[in-house]
Design a protein around this ligand. Structure first.
Ligand SMILES: NCCCCCc1nc2ccccc2[nH]1
Length: 293
């Protein structure tokens, strides 16, 4: 049926309602972990919703997928082994594949339905799974990392949903410690870090845990994503100690050099080295609130 899909009273945006006009309902089922919904919107293309929270739309997914992948990968010289936690829609894999220094892309997604739904309705994202470097692991990332050798990864990207469901454990201290152990010295972590307008306390909590856990550098960056409540989404960037210091604000491995190398992939729509630098400019209230920046 067509009409408006409106989300009231979600704890992620108390006191607000967010609405998109729906042309056609395409998929709605409960997986083992969450409700998975796909609909054709009037103005943002197809929309993927998990437990009532918009995860991506065809129109603005580029901002999120490109930033969460290239902010970390353009901050180190030659990323080789990369791990994606979550990311079952495949969009981040599509972006990582642009980096020809990458040799292995492990992805650990807990909900197979997200992968299957993306392949059916979002082929321009699920194309990420076609890259021969991708190794798919369906399951819990905590379990996956328990069996992973220390210091295996140059970069880890946590493309999670909100910590109000299957992703709850991904924002707690033990998991950040597990991530730090899985990274090589001077390795980088980038995880989805909510809205600086709505989740300052959650961001503050995550940042203070990361300042203690990652003895390298810890930074917060953000991007405009109109279909996320408050219109912005943040990224937490951390590097482990013991390697060359990582200066997140000045991409040591600029995407523009890579672009010349690999022409046949879909071109970037959002990320570039200027947007990379700009993403770390923070409002004063956040700079004051955020320790160790
Ligand atoms: N896994 C893709 C990213 C998911 C982000 C979901 C998200 N982004 C938000 C922004 C403001 C409020 C709630 C939000 N929930």
């Amino acid at each position: 049926k067509s009409g408006n899909v409106t989300y009231y009273n979600n704890p992620m945006w108390p006191g607000e309602a967010h609405s998109l006009k729906m042309e056609k309902l395409l998929f709605q089922e409960k997986s083992e972990y969450q409700e998975v919904l796909v609909f054709e919107s009037s103005s943002y293309g197809k929309v993927l919703v998990l437990d009532g929270i918009v995860q991506l739309t065809q129109k603005d997914e580029c901002a999120y997928q490109e930033m969460i992948a290239h902010l970390p990968l353009c901050s180190i010289k030659t990323p080789k082994n990369v791990l994606v936690v979550g990311g079952g829609d495949g969009g981040v894999l599509r972006e990582i594949a642009r980096h020809n220094s990458v040799e292995l892309i492990d992805i650990c997604e807990i909900d197979k339905m997200v992968i299957d739904v993306s392949k059916k309705f979002f082929p321009e994202l699920a194309i990420g799974f076609d890259d021969p470097r991708v190794q798919l692991h369906v399951g819990d990332a905590v379990e996956f990392l328990r069996n992973s050798p220390d210091g295996k990864y140059d970069a880890i990207i946590v493309d999670s949903s909100d910590p109000v469901g299957p992703a709850q454990e991904l924002v707690e201290r033990p998991f950040f410690e597990t991530l730090a152990t899985a990274l090589r010295p001077g390795g980088v972590l980038c995880n989805m870090a909510e809205s600086m307008w709505l989740h300052t306390h959650l961001i503050q909590d995550m940042l203070s845990v990361c300042c203690e856990t990652f003895k390298g550098s810890v930074h917060y960056a953000w991007a405009s994503v109109p279909t996320y409540p408050s219109g912005v989404i943040g990224f937490l960037l951390c590097s482990t100690e013991g390697g060359p210091p990582v200066d997140f604000q000045n991409p040591i491995n600029p995407i523009e050099q890579l672009e010349r190398a690999v022409q046949h992939r879909r071109e970037l729509r959002f990320y570039n080295s200027e947007m990379h630098r700009a993403a770390f400019a923070l409002p004063s209230y956040l700079r004051r609130e955020v320790p160790c920046l």
